[in-house]
Ligand binder design. Structure first.
Ligand code: SF4
Length: 221
């Protein structure tokens, strides 16, 4: 148990397998497939978005559309790619017509995200947008008020930022929203660097100095 989480599965893969056939809420009816996660579950950094959209539902991966491309660009700006983080959503199935998830759907799906956090144990969790931020901080907060700050929950540092789709809807990389997300990524980079243990100084063995004695002539000569 970590940070008050109780998870029933023994491994992350057990949770994934159960989710892949899950029919616990009404979203199972309209989905093509469950969207579990992308990236590297061994990494210290987790991104949590809201729910799969059209492209994610078809491909079975989170953040593969235009917002995903923006996320990749933001990752690159801090020297990372998807192999250096793990990306998932609060809700694992696409809501019809990309509507907002309902409160009961979030509650029903939440054990899967809790399992992902429990088994991956990220040090930094970045919440993308209102839904992920409210879920992780368990409060009705506005993302515009809390973005760029650091909270503690689920045994990790939580850094809320705007959903990349918010930047897309406001003009993309030239928008003020993108600039805000970009500055939050600098904070993410700085926090990750703090968690990287300082390298242990390597003790280089000092070579023994051998004083050469003057050459002694072989007595036979
Ligand atoms: S959204 Fe979550 S709880 Fe609902 S069917 Fe999909 S995996 Fe199951």
């Amino acid at each position: 148990m970590v940070g008050g989480l109780v998870v029933v599965w023994k491994t992350l893969d057990e949770a994934r397998i159960e989710a892949s056939g899950c029919t616990r809420c009404r979203l199972a009816e309209g989905r093509t497939q469950v969207v579990w996660l992308d990236g590297n579950p061994e990494s210290d950094l987790m991104f949590v978005g809201e729910a799969p959209g059209f492209n994610e539902d078809k491909l079975g991966k989170p953040f593969v559309g235009a917002a995903g491309k923006l996320l990749d660009q933001l990752l690159e700006s801090i020297g990372l790619d998807r192999s250096g983080c793990v990306i998932c959503n609060v809700i694992k199935c696409r809501p019809p017509a990309n509507r907002n998830p309902e409160a009961d759907e979030i509650a029903t799906c939440s054990p899967y995200l809790r399992a992902q956090i429990e088994f991956i144990k990220p040090k930094v969790i970045v919440t993308l947008g209102n839904f992920a931020t409210r879920f992780m901080l368990d409060r009705q907060l506005s993302i515009t008020r809390v973005r760029g700050q650091i909270f503690k929950a689920f045994g990790a540092k939580i850094i809320p930022t705007l959903h990349p789709a918010a930047a897309l809807h406001s003009g993309g990389v030239g928008s003020p929203q993108f600039a805000l997300i970009r500055s939050d990524f600098d904070l993410i980079k700085a926090e990750l660097a703090k968690d990287i243990p300082a390298p242990i100084p390597v003790r280089v063995p000092v070579p023994e100095v051998i004083t050469e004695s003057p050459l002694q002539q072989d007595p036979l000569f």
